[in-house]
Ligand binder design. Structure first.
Ligand code: NAD
Length: 251
């Protein structure tokens, strides 16, 4: 694989599992030094990267905690000296209930991680990139940021807001050589979706049937879109919310 990110530094939140793990590995395969941040101390992503000859650092961080996020970015610079790419991916699905039954606790938790977490990360990442005079950020939203999903009011609200936040930050930095985009995954086979389906074959089949392509996506297929959005290949793309969804939104 071409080492297009040789000497570059990438930070991926929620990098222990799922889409974040696949993204961290995809960066490392292209030569980047990778910071894997997660609130669960699972070193499998970092070990996989190191075993393949790459460079990676695990940082424990809850993205909804200001101090944790500041420390995560500080450790990135301390260890690797720059921050070229940031993927603000950490997120949770929260509980399932209609809007009028959604608990305040669930609302605060989902918005705290999925929305405030992305904002906090950008709040600390963008000043570093401004200082460097360059950078590229990808926020992981969802097709639930583009259309409604009954039963997931907090999740849907958080992902719609991430898209608005992405557009705004992109415009604020458009002339400053920092591009900021979002990806909107469809149904991707990750631990999150396994929790939702309970790995029940009938439920999984129902989700597969909802996808126009007739299957769930793989985390690596989202990672490829994130890599493209970070790379110079997408140099004229900013403020975009790219669906990686097997055609879901096209219906
Ligand atoms: P996942 O649950 O498999 O992985 C999420 C990762 O984020 C885990 O490693 C988890 O420990 C970490 N995380 C959660 N809360 C955190 C916090 N507060 N601080 C730090 N780390 C935290 O989920 P996934 O499917 O890989 O989802 C990744 C992102 O993609 C999420 O933002 C999710 O909303 C979004 N997404 C997923 C799907 C899908 O179908 N899987 C679809 C659309 C969007």
């Amino acid at each position: 694989m071409d080492k297009i990110f040789e000497d570059k530094v990438a930070l991926v939140t929620g990098g222990a599992f799922g889409i974040g793990k696949a993204t961290a590995i995809a960066f490392a395969q292209r030569g980047a030094k990778v910071v894997v941040a997660d609130w669960i101390e699972d070193l499998e992503t970092v070990d996989t990267i190191k075993k393949a000859g790459g460079t990676a650092l695990f940082v424990k961080c809850d993205v909804s905690d200001t101090g944790d996020v500041a420390s995560m970015v500080h450790k990135t610079i301390e260890q690797f000296g720059s921050l070229d790419y940031a993927v603000n991916n950490a997120g949770i699905e929260g509980e399932t209930a209609p809007a009028h039954e959604c608990s305040e606790t669930n609302w605060d938790k989902v918005l705290g991680i999925n929305l405030k977490g992305v904002w906090l990360c950008m709040k600390h990442e963008i000043p570093i990139m401004l200082n460097q005079g360059k950078g590229s950020i990808v926020n992981v939203a969802s097709i639930a940021g583009l259309v409604g999903f009954p039963g997931l009011p907090a999740y849907v609200a958080s992902k719609h807001a991430v898209i608005g936040l992405t557009k705004t930050a992109a415009l604020e930095n458009a002339k400053l050589n920092i591009r900021i985009n979002a990806v909107c995954p469809g149904v991707i086979k990750t631990p999150m979706v396994d929790r939702v389906t309970g790995k029940d074959k009938t439920v999984e089949k129902a989700y597969e049937d909802m996808e126009p392509v007739g299957r769930m996506g793989q985390p690596e297929e989202v990672a490829e879109a994130i890599i493209w959005l970070c790379s110079d290949a997408s140099s004229f793309v900013t403020g975009e919310s790219m669906a990686v969804d097997g055609g879901w939104i096209a219906r």
